[in-house]
Design a protein around this ligand. Structure first.
Ligand code: AMP
Length: 289
């Protein structure tokens, strides 16, 4: 397995593979890898003759008051997981070569980026779109795997690739969960004590809305109320948004459909004690199961 940091050397390697006729499956990550990332690596391995992963905590997609400086970094374990999944090349990138002095180009995707995560994290999707464009060009990917866990990000990347005629298939991969339902996330490492328990409120909100729908509830306000209740009973959790949206436009739906997407974001405190941190979590699922 190659581990490369220099963008020019990476591109020479991946372009060489492409000119010899190989397809390339790619997984972009910010590291602190878990089984959710593992499922994407397995998919990318199966999709391409060559498999490439990137590990890079992209500063452009973090707001000023977000967790960039404390974002978990576990490069040795990440590289080992990549090795186990048969990755051919790990792109281990650095700020200095990704955004050298004078860097001034940005990619901005329109309407899809304005609501939900975009409204709570201004500039976030500009940072995502810019880095994903660079990563697709570096990896020369023919197929790139993205998790449904970040549903809006997936929609934004699909839109961008279509709009810019980027010759790469964007492959959606299902959300991997802990046994109790918590969606796997690198940020789950921040959770401790009661915070870990109460972080289940996102999944609770989703499953309550899904079961109300299964039992015949079709009123949007009633469905959203059921979801919000699951969060309100957890004192350490603060709701940022809970919405039912069209899976393509991400606009709020008026009439719930099975494919309507529940999107939820919360901040969860760990509670009293030594480790009273705040973790921002997101989750989503289709309304109809
Ligand atoms: P990140 O390292 O958080 O930037 O995530 C890298 C990729 O892994 C993104 O496409 C995420 O959507 C995906 N991902 C993160 N968590 C999960 C999960 N629990 N299940 C499936 N994919 C995930």
């Amino acid at each position: 397995m190659l581990i490369l940091s220099d963008p020019a050397e990476i591109q020479r390697t991946t372009s060489g593979w492409r000119s010899s006729g190989a397809s390339i499956g790619f997984v972009p990550t910010m590291g602190a890898l878990h089984a959710g990332h593992g499922s994407l690596l397995a998919k990318a391995r199966a999709l391409g003759d060559r498999c490439v992963a990137s590990i890079y905590v992209n500063p452009l997609q973090f707001g000023a008051n977000e967790d960039l400086s404390r974002y978990p970094r576990t490069p040795e374990a990440d590289i080992e997981l990549c090795r186990q999944h048969g990755v051919d090349l790990v792109m281990l990138l650095q700020d200095a070569s990704m955004y050298p002095p004078g860097f001034s180009t940005g990619v901005r995707v329109g309407a899809l980026t304005e609501r939900l995560e975009g409204a709570h994290r201004p500039g976030h999707f500009d940072g995502v779109a810019t880095v994903v464009t660079k990563l697709l060009l570096l990896s020369q990917a023919t197929a790139a795997c993205f998790g449904e866990k970040d549903f809006q990000q997936l929609a934004v990347v699909k839109r961008m690739v279509r709009d810019l005629n980027i010759p790469c298939d964007i492959v959606a991969c299902p959300t991997m969960r802990e046994p109790d339902g918590l969606a796997m996330s690198s940020r789950n490492r921040y959770l401790a004590g009661d915070g870990r328990q109460q972080a289940l409120c996102l999944y609770d909100a989703i499953t309550r809305m899904q079961s109300a729908y299964v039992y015949g509830e079709r009123d949007l306000a009633a469905l959203l109320r059921r979801g919000r209740e699951a969060i309100e009973v957890r004192p350490l959790a603060t709701l940022e948004y809970l919405e039912l949206v069209d899976p393509l436009s991400l606009e709020s739906v008026l009439e719930p459909q099975p494919e309507s997407r529940i999107l939820v974001a919360c901040k969860v405190r760990n509670g009293d004690g030594a480790d009273d941190r705040i973790t921002r979590l997101i989750d989503n699922a289709a309304l109809g199961v």
